[in-house]
Design a protein around this ligand. Structure first.
Ligand code: LMR
Length: 394
């Protein structure tokens, strides 16, 4: 029977990891998968997570199951981190999920359960796995205009134009901050305008927030999600702790659902619990417990924020350095957008052929849509990348 399985096209981001690993050149630069690396190319365990691991190790007395939504303390900690006081806690249901991807999958499942005819609107472009999951689930997907390839900025007018097609009962997926793959983001005011449109249309917003703290700061990055939560009667939020807590392989994510009224929350919660039950029963707990330990201990929270801020500022520094190097080499301001983009990624507007040329001639690995992971750079490799871009991109 298994010989009937159709061949799988590899995920472009996963494929790049293998290609880069197999490249013997010492000078290769990995700008593929969204993983933070320090100046020495390592992805460290954050100090507060290490301390939390010790605390959990010393104090944990059982590994018995939690509950279908995971530990409620995790849900509460994530609600505080992402939504703060933008919405009454009694309107928020939450489940722990295996990573942000798990939260996205459960969000799509929940939307389909609430409306079997839901169409999911995604930005053009979006994280390829959004589209892969939607396709696998057979959910109708419509793209809304987002990125202007020529200027590498958001084309907000085109976005608003295409969102006019949203119907009641549709779901609109927004990136809460640090848009993946482009790095180009809406202003807070523009988020407000989009929220008004979603409310007018009677649609459901799904905010994917996977990089809180990597853009303009922990609070600043949550501001659009909080604004939407304060304006919309209902909303879903898929949050990931992979990047901002550096707990990638632990798989820590959370789906939050805001119901219109607190009386609806228990049923929303029961439906979310059910979705966990049929998918994997209990969500993984260890990583979520580390995150909760950090977020419920003032000293650990302060240390985590401090380290996260260092990470954020190092990426901003690399952005500035790269755009300056490119200014000099191209004698133009064409790549100034790199300093304006926020988060881990920038899509630089190179063609797939140019991306391939950079890979073959310079050992630079970026996704074929020209998304690069800024955190894969360090001050020494920035000039090498600038040279490669200047020599390869018309
Ligand atoms: C990425 O976009 O590179 C990350 O979110 C990792 C992944 O799972 O694709």
């Amino acid at each position: 029977m298994l010989n009937n399985l159709s061949p799988q096209n590899p995920d472009p981001i996963m494929q790049l990891i293998t290609l880069c690993r197999e490249d013997p050149r010492e000078t290769k630069i990995d700008l593929g998968v969204g993983v933070y690396k320090d100046g020495a190319g390592n992805t460290p365990v954050m100090r507060a997570i290490r301390a939390a691991s010790k605390k959990v190790w010393d104090n944990e007395t059982t590994k018995v199951y939690t509950g279908l939504p995971g530990d409620p303390a995790f849900g509460k900690a994530m609600r505080d981190l992402v939504l703060a006081d933008s919405v009454e806690g009694s309107r928020v249901a939450a489940i722990a999920t295996p990573g942000g991807t798990g939260a996205i999958r459960q969000a799509f499942e929940l939307a389909r359960k609430a409306n079997p005819d839901v169409t999911v609107w995604t930005s053009n472009p979006t994280w390829p796995n959004h589209l892969a999951i939607l396709k696998f689930m057979g959910l109708p997907n419509t793209e809304y205009a987002y990125f202007d390839e020529a200027s590498c900025t958001v084309d907000f007018d085109a976005m608003m134009d295409s969102l006019q097609g949203v119907k009641a009962g549709d779901m609109v997926l927004l990136h809460g901050c640090c848009h993946n793959p482009t790095g180009a983001n809406l202003t807070l005011e523009q988020f407000g305008t989009v929220a008004d449109l979603i409310a007018d249309k009677g649609a459901l917003a799904l905010v994917d927030i996977a990089y809180q703290g990597f853009g303009d700061g922990l609070e600043e990055d949550a501001a659009p999600t909080r604004l939407l939560a304060s304006k919309l009667p209902e909303m879903l939020v898929a949050a990931s702790c992979s990047k901002n807590f550096g707990v990638y392989r632990e798989r820590v994510g959370c789906l939050m659902a805001i119901s219109e009224d607190a009386s609806i929350t228990p049923n929303t919660q029961a439906n979310m619990n059910y979705l966990n039950r049929i998918a994997f029963s209990f969500p993984p707990d260890h990583g979520a417990r580390l995150v909760t330990t950090v977020l419920t201990d003032d000293a650990l929270t302060a240390d985590w924020k401090d380290e996260l801020e260092t990470v954020r500022l190092s990426m901003l520094g690399l952005r500035t350095q790269l755009s300056e190097e490119l200014r000099q080499r191209t004698n133009s301001d064409r790549f100034d957008f790199i300093a304006q983009h926020r988060g881990m990624f920038s899509r630089i507007g190179a063609t797939p052929e140019e991306v391939l040329k950079m890979r073959e001639d310079f050992g630079i690995y970026m996704v074929s849509d020209s998304r690069m992971n800024i955190a894969g750079l360090n001050p020494t490799t920035v000039p090498l990348l600038a040279e490669a871009i200047a020599k390869s991109c018309k």
